[in-house]
Design a protein around this ligand. Structure first.
Ligand SMILES: Cc1cc2nc3c(=O)[nH]c(=O)nc-3n(C[C@H](O)[C@H](O)[C@H](O)COP(=O)(O)OP(=O)(O)OC[C@H]3O[C@@H](n4cnc5c(N)ncnc54)[C@H](O)[C@@H]3O)c2cc1C
Length: 384
C-alpha cells in the first residue's frame, strides 16, 4: 500500500487546482480520477469568470483575489490557460421590462450597463435585436476550461504529484478517523482525503452515511468544431431560471426525492448561451435538469433540438452549426456559494465542491484551503 499526505478525489478543475496548491506546500499528494476522457463539467464549461458577482465583504474579496490570480496564471503554471477579458452579454427576453431585470443585478458590487437591443447588437453583431428587449453588459474573465485544468495538472506533476486513473470505490476509516481510500485497482493510505467529485460528491459522501446539502443538475450542451463565424462576447440569459430550481432543491419535499434517486425529471430549464473559444470552436448551451439519479439517461436528439432552437432565437447564425451533444453533472448547493471545509464526523475527511461560480471562487479558496492545512487547521470551516 502506498502512503500519501493527501488524497484528492476527482480531477476536474476543483481537484486539479487543489492538488496543485497542496503540492506547492510540499505535501505528497495523490489525485485520483475515474474518467481518462474527462466527460465532466469542467470539460463542457463555458469557462467564464464572474469577477463582478461579489455581494458581501467575503465574496467581494474572493472576486478581487481571483482577478489577481488569473492574469499571471499561465506564467505560474507554465502552460497557456487562454485567459482574456471579455464582455458578458446577459440577454433580456423581448417580453420582459429591462429596467426590472436590471434591478436584480444591483446587489452585485460591479453594476451592469443596461443596453438597448440596437446598442447590444453593435457590441455583439450575432445577436438578434428583435428577440431581446435589451442586454446587461458586464466585464467578465475567460479561460479555456480544459486547457486550464490540464495546466494545473502538469504543474502539479512537476511538483512531484501523482495522478492515477482509478475510480474511488470506498473511503476507508477506523474509529471515525480516516485511513485512506480503496479504488477499482488498489488501496492507498492517507490521513486526509478531500472530495472534489463534482456531481458525484453527493453519492460518494452517502457511502459513508453522510448527507450534506450538495446536489447536481444534468447539464446538456453542444460542442462544435472550429468554424469561421466570430462571436465576440460570452452570451447568457439575464434571468437564470437554473438558480431558482437549484434553490428549491433544499426544500424538505424535494430533499426526500434526493434520498431515493430515480430518473424522473423534477425540473427542466433551457438557458440559451454561447461562447467561442480562441481556436474558433463553440460551446452552445444549456439545458439543466434536476433528476436525482446521476446515471439517468438523456434523450440526445430531443436535447439537441431544444438547444438549437433556443440558441437560434437569440443568435440565429449559430442555430445550424455542426456540433455534437454532450451531457455532464454539475454540482451545486442551494444555500451557499460553495461547500469547502472539514466533515467532522470523520477526522481527516474534507469537501471542496458545490461552487455557484467555480472559476471565480475556487482558485482563491484552493489557496486558502492549502494554507489552513499548513498553518491553521482551526480556520478550516466545519461542514457538519
Ligand atoms: C455548459 C456549462 C457552462 C458552464 N459555464 C460556467 C462558467 O462560465 N463559469 C463557471 O464558473 N462555471 C461554469 N460552469 C460550471 C463549472 O463548469 C463547474 O462548476 C466546474 O467545472 C465543476 O468542477 P468540478 O471539479 O467540481 O467537477 P467536474 O469537472 O465534474 O469534475 C469532477 C471529477 O470527479 C471525478 N469523479 C467523480 N467520482 C469519482 C470517483 N469515485 N473516483 C474518482 N473520480 C471521480 C469525475 O469523473 C470528474 O472528472 C458551467 C457548466 C456547464 C455544464
Amino acid at each position: 500500500m502506498k502512503n500519501f499526505d493527501w488524497i484528492v478525489v476527482g480531477a476536474g478543475i476543483t481537484g486539479s487546482m487543489l492538488s496543485y496548491e497542496l503540492a506547492k506546500q510540499g505535501l505528497r499528494v495523490l489525485l485520483l480520477e475515474k474518467d481518462p476522457y474527462y466527460a465532466n463539467a469542467t470539460r463542457y464549461s463555458y469557462g467564464g469568470i464572474a469577477y463582478w458577482s461579489g455581494v458581501d465583504d467575503f465574496s467581494i474579496q474572493l472576486c478581487q483575489e481571483s482577478r489577481d490570480i488569473y492574469p499571471q496564471l499561465s506564467e505560474e503554471l507554465g502552460e497557456d490557460t487562454e485567459f482574456r477579458e471579455l464582455d458578458l452579454m446577459l440577454t433580456i427576453p423581448e417580453e420582459k421590462e429591462p429596467n426590472l431585470i436590471a434591478k436584480n443585478y444591483q446587489k452585485f458590487f460591479v453594476k451592469p450597463q443596461l443596453l438597448t437591443p440596437q446598442e447590444s447588437s453593435e457590441i455583439e453583431p450575432l445577436l438578434n435585436p428583435n428577440a431581446i428587449s435589451g442586454c446587461l453588459k458586464l466585464p467578465h474573465g475567460h479561460i479555456h476550461p480544459q486547457k486550464t485544468n490540464n495546466a494545473y495538472q502538469q504543474a502539479f506533476l512537476r511538483l512531484g504529484g501523482t495522478i492515477n486513473y482509478e475510480e474511488v470505490t470506498q473511503i476507508l476509516s477506523e474509529k471515525e478517523t480516516l485511513t485512506g481510500v480503496e479504488t477499482s485497482k488498489e488501496k492507498y493510505n492517507s490521513k486526509n482525503v478531500v472530495i472534489c467529485a463534482g456531481g458525484l460528491s453527493r453519492s460518494l459522501l452517502k457511502t459513508l452515511g453522510i448527507t450534506l446539502n450538495i446536489y447536481f443538475t444534468h447539464s446538456q450542451l453542444l460542442l462544435t468544431p472550429t468554424v469561421d463565424i466570430k462571436l465576440k462576447t460570452l452570451v447568457m440569459p439575464a434571468i437564470l431560471n437554473r438558480l431558482d430550481i437549484e434553490e428549491k432543491s433544499g426544500d424538505s419535499e424535494l430533499k426526500s426525492l434526493w434520498n431515493s434517486p430515480d430518473d424522473q425529471i423534477i425540473s427542466d430549464v433551457m438557458e440559451p448561451g454561447a461562447i467561442q473559444f480562441l481556436e474558433g470552436d463553440f460551446c452552445l448551451g444549456q439545458i439543466s435538469q434536476i433528476r436525482t439519479n446521476p446515471q439517468a439517461k438523456i434523450d440526445s436528439n430531443v436535447a439537441e433540438k431544444i438547444i438549437r432552437k433556443g440558441v437560434g432565437k437569440i443568435l440565429p447564425e449559430l442555430q445550424d452549426l455542426p456540433g455534437k451533444l454532450h451531457h455532464c453533472l454539475v454540482a451545486f448547493c442551494p444555500d451557499s456559494n460553495f461547500l469547502v471545509g472539514k466533515i467532522d464526523t470523520i477526522a481527516g475527511l474534507y469537501l471542496f465542491s458545490g461552487f455557484t461560480s467555480t472559476f471565480m471562487f475556487a482558485p482563491p479558496l484552493a489557496k486558502r484551503f492549502a494554507s489552513w492545512v499548513m498553518e491553521d487547521d482551526e480556520k478550516m470551516p466545519s461542514l457538519l
